[in-house]
Write a new protein. Structure first.
Length: 237
């Protein structure tokens, strides 16, 4: 029995387009139904099932965390990778939150390493007070590099995965991707043993983790409010 493991949203979309017979187990940060991967969460149908973790749905919350940590921030940059299927829903969520909070939002775009360097070089010129990084497979593969660039360019930034804060990013706030991969691995094993993807409900990882890098906050001259620190799952000191 062959099984395709699609560990990102673009990979899942490509696998779905490539075959209707080979079982596919995906992981995604978005809504699998809205993305067109499955017909429903409880009864996926077809040859796909998998796991999702909360990331697109909490994109607006990342903006709120930035405002809580930096109350005088008014000009926020949002980094997106336009070809990614998650870029549009993230843009809508963060855009609506920025309007509700009275914040100016400028959208920056990067689809490769050269673009990323240009984006961070441009942040000082655009006078952005902080950076929110959108959910994206390319960004996820550069999580540590994004953290290093944010620290190097002295920009308060938030992303979804822990490797970002471990490398110098100020905050990470996102779903537990390790648990999503673990559950996907269990499904792969069950399918290899004979179960059908159509009979395996999509599993949703609802745990969300907040990590704060106090060493970076010190470099940036920021004092993180105690209530926010109290909610953190991990504080890097």
């Amino acid at each position: 029995m062959s099984v395709i493991a699609a560990t990102s949203t673009p990979a899942a979309a490509a696998a779905k387009a490539a075959t209707t017979t080979v079982p596919i187990v995906f992981t995604t940060s978005g809504d699998p139904v809205r993305l067109g991967l499955v017909s429903s969460l409880n009864k996926p149908g077809g040859n796909l099932t998998g796991t999702s973790q909360l990331n697109v749905e909490i994109a607006a919350k990342r903006l709120e965390l930035v405002q809580e940590a930096i109350p005088n921030a008014t000009n926020i940059a949002l980094l997106l990778n336009p070809p990614d299927p998650l870029a549009a829903p993230v843009s809508r969520e963060v855009g609506a939150a920025a309007a509700a909070l009275g914040l100016k939002l400028q959208v920056l775009r990067a689809s490769n390493d050269h673009d990323l360097l240009n984006v961070f070089e441009s942040l000082n010129h655009s006078r952005a007070d902080a950076l929110v990084i959108g959910s994206d497979a390319f960004f996820s593969s550069r999580g540590a590099e994004l953290g290093r660039l944010a620290l190097q360019h002295r920009i308060p930034a938030i992303y979804q995965y822990p490797q970002f804060t471990a490398a110098g990013g100020l905050f990470s706030y996102g779903g537990n991707v390790a648990e999503a991969y673990r559950l996907a691995g269990v499904y792969i094993g069950r399918i290899i043993k004979g179960e059908k993807p159509a009979d395996l409900p999509v599993q949703q990882v609802t745990k969300v983790e907040l990590i704060v890098n106090l060493k970076t906050a010190k470099v940036l001259g920021l004092t993180i409010p105690l209530p926010l620190l109290g909610r953190a799952d991990e504080v890097i000191e």
